[in-house]
Design a protein around this ligand. Structure first.
Ligand code: TPP
Ligand code: MG
Length: 644
């Protein structure tokens, strides 16, 4: 066999010839780095698309000297950098090529581009990052289609009250649009796609307008109640020279100091709490800085009252004696309830069931007083119904929960006397005893089915904890209904939990965990997350971003080979309709074939373990995965675990 016939080049030529696509002469010569390809030629256009051809076609002709020394994109990059935005998560697109090029070449890749294979990943990544780091990053998406892909994650961020800066490409002047893609990717009001679930949006028509609107957007996004914002990026503004560089100015950003509850109302709340026999604090998305948890601990300890944490953020230490989160009955015993930054107050103080017919009852005792403190209702939209059912309350204080807590605690302390203090201490001791009993009960419950296969979720969580508990760990996601970490792990640092999706839009867990892991990376923390198998399949491509950007994370796939929640709903529905439950797996299971998540992971360039079906195999697999994470990799462990 001759050497010549074996060369890949010649076989490629022969294949192309054989396929009747092109003649051998159309194969373009290799281009060395930085070489300027020849001007596009008609014959090149006949070949299939490829980077070389694309570059050749988009280079200016040789006789068209480059005469532009700046672009609007340069200024836009300066604006982003003036705000300290560290990352720009993108799926690249021509509608923001001007900004993209300016960032990588003129701004030395600052903000650092994070390459994402779907816009939903980019927004979720930003959501997870913002909750962990306490400040937003940005994402950019293509005109219309990229924005459409970004929507569900933006909805999750909106419902979760998390700031994400979304930039969407567009080309506003119709006479400038190229035929084809630029028309189908342009909108007359592109922000309309996302307006119902963003806090604010704008379509800047000049560079100065861009600067002012971006700084304004940042301010609005980060002022409680926080939320995503959208800024349209006009292509011409990005790509054209800056018309009047001297006339441009980047506005100064001053963060808005979060509003605190009115002093009179705070004093009234303190009086109600101090005089109560059984006050209870309930909270959800309260802590948004590392100080938040300490504030709540101080108030709870001052009152020696129980805290029920719905865990929208890291609000209260899991092992604190006053933590009664798994004792919902306490709400029914309370005479005063202080509800701080609740997402769904009605859902927390009412018992609801849809198992036979939809029905509910108030779970509070007659005469109980409800005080609310928060900014949840200061900014609502009409269409999407994420505000929940209306709940009667007695004292409704508008003010950021975290920011208002120190003044409330001081007001409580001012009303204390030694007699009261002794009674409070008694109350606290009882709660502490119940807390210990609850932990013991959880430990006992966790042993049920310890050696069974599928592996119990309790064993899965216990084995993971055993491997990571001595690391500086940060738990950033759990699969649906997975309560074991909050029941048994010692969550006590502000970064050891960061809440859930917000909008219950599945596909959040993997990319949002990665975003939190990106924030944790620079602090040297060990990121760990659990996610459902169904959730994983929405956005497995997030793993490629993890590998590409070397973001370490231990990701446990809670693999019940089902959309189990939906399976349960179907079972309940079939039972209600008296039709038997034997077909409930149709459309609800992920079997036949089983998905091999470890292989998917390896295919994306990250470490993969599993599927693990025997609990005895868990510890060795987890130990290999932990070692990989400590080397700076992401590791996926596929655990075939029971549905609970
Ligand atoms: C985008 C989106 N699609 C569909 C649903 C409906 N849904 C709610 S839970 C769920 C199952 C998710 O599966 P998995 O992550 O494996 O969790 P499991 O229920 O099995 O514990 C689905 C499909 C949703 N909430 N969001
Ligand atoms: Mg599942």
């Amino acid at each position: 066999m001759s050497k010549h016939r074996n060369s890949p080049d010649s076989s490629r030529r022969n294949f192309l010839k054989g396929a009747g696509l092109v003649g051998a002469a159309t194969i373009a010569p290799p281009v060395t780095a930085n070489a300027v390809p020849a001007a596009p030629q008609e014959r090149l256009k006949a070949t299939g698309p490829g980077p070389l051809q694309t570059a050749a076609e988009t280079m200016p002709p040789a006789n068209d000297p480059v005469n532009q020394t700046s672009s609007g994109g340069d200024f836009m990059a300066d604006v982003l950098n003036s705000l300290g935005i560290e990352y720009l998560a993108i799926n690249c697109a021509s509608s923001f090529r001007g900004l993209h090029e300016a960032i990588i070449n003129r701004a030395n890749n600052k903000p650092e581009i994070i390459t994402c294979v779907h816009e939903d990943i980019a927004v979720h990544l930003a959501q997870g990052y913002a909750k962990m780091e306490g400040k937003p990053i940005a994402m950019a998406c293509h005109g219309v289609v990229g924005t459409q892909h970004a929507t569900m994650a933006m909805y999750n961020a909106w419902c979760d009250r998390v700031p994400v800066l979304v930039f969407g490409g567009n080309i506003m002047e119709a006479d400038k649009r190229a035929p084809g893609a630029e028309w189908v990717h342009a909108g007359v009001d592109i922000g309309a796609i996302v307006r119902d679930f963003t806090k604010w949006d704008d379509q800047p028509a000049s560079l100065q307008h861009f600067a002012e609107s971006t700084v304004r957007a940042y301010k609005i996004a980060t002022t409680p109640p926080m939320g995503p914002v959208f800024i349209a990026l006009d292509a011409e503004l990005q790509e054209n020279p800056i018309p009047d560089p001297e006339g441009l100015r980047i506005p100064k950003f001053a963060p808005v100091i979060a509003p605190q509850g009115d002093a009179g109302a705070t004093a009234e709340a303190a009086k109600l709490l101090v005089e109560a026999q059984n006050p209870v604090i309930i909270c959800d998305r309260m802590a948004h800085t590392p100080a938040g948890m300490a504030y709540l601990v101080e108030l709870a300890e001052t009152l020696q009252c129980g805290v029920i944490d719905n865990a929208g953020r890291m609000n209260f230490p899991s092992r604190h004696p006053l933590n009664q989160s798994f004792r919902r009955g306490l709400i029914g015993q309370a005479d005063v309830i202080l509800a701080i930054e609740m997402n769904d107050l009605w859902g927390t103080v009412n018992a609801f069931s849809d198992r036979i017919v939809r029905r509910s009852r108030l779970a509070t005792k007659p005469g109980a007083k409800i005080i609310t403190l928060g900014v949840r209702d200061l900014y609502l939209k009409s269409n999407y119904q994420d505000f929940g059912r209306f709940q009667d309350v007695d004292l409704d204080i508008a003010g950021d929960g975290e920011a208002s807590l120190p003044a409330l605690t001081e007001a409580v302390k001012r009303l204390l006397d030694p007699g009261r203090k002794a009674a409070y201490d008694e109350r606290g001791k009882k709660l502490a005893a119940v807390h210990v009993t609850m932990i013991e009960q959880s430990k006992n419950d966790a042993t049920i089915g310890w050696d069974s296969s599928p592996i119990t979720t309790a064993r899965m969580c216990a084995e993971v904890y055993a491997q990571i508990k001595d690391e500086d760990w940060s738990l950033v996601g759990t699969s649906l209904r997975l309560s074991w970490p909050h029941r048994l792990w010692d969550l006590k640092k502000p970064y050891q939990w960061n809440g859930a999706s917000g909008g219950a839009g599945i596909g959040y867990n993997l990319p949002a965990s990665l975003g939190a892991a990106l924030a944790n990376k620079k602090h040297g923390r060990f990121t760990v997350a659990f996610g459902g198998d169904g959730d994983f399949m929405f956005n497995p491509g997030a793993l490629w971003t993890a590998a590409h950007h070397k973001i370490p994370m231990l990701y446990i796939v809670h693999n019940n080979r089902a959309y189990h929640q939906e399976y349960m709903y179907l079972v309940a529905m079939a039972a209600r309709h008296g039709r038997g439950v034997d077909r409930a797996d149709i459309g609800t299971t992920l079997k036949d074939p089983n998905i091999d998540y470890a292989t998917v992971a390896r295919g994306m360039g990250v470490h993969g373990e599993g599927p693990i079906t025997d609990p005895k195999d868990l510890a060795p697999a987890l130990s290999r995965a932990v070692a990989a994470v400590k080397r700076g990799e992401t590791a996926v462990v596929d655990v075939v675990a029971d549905p609970r």
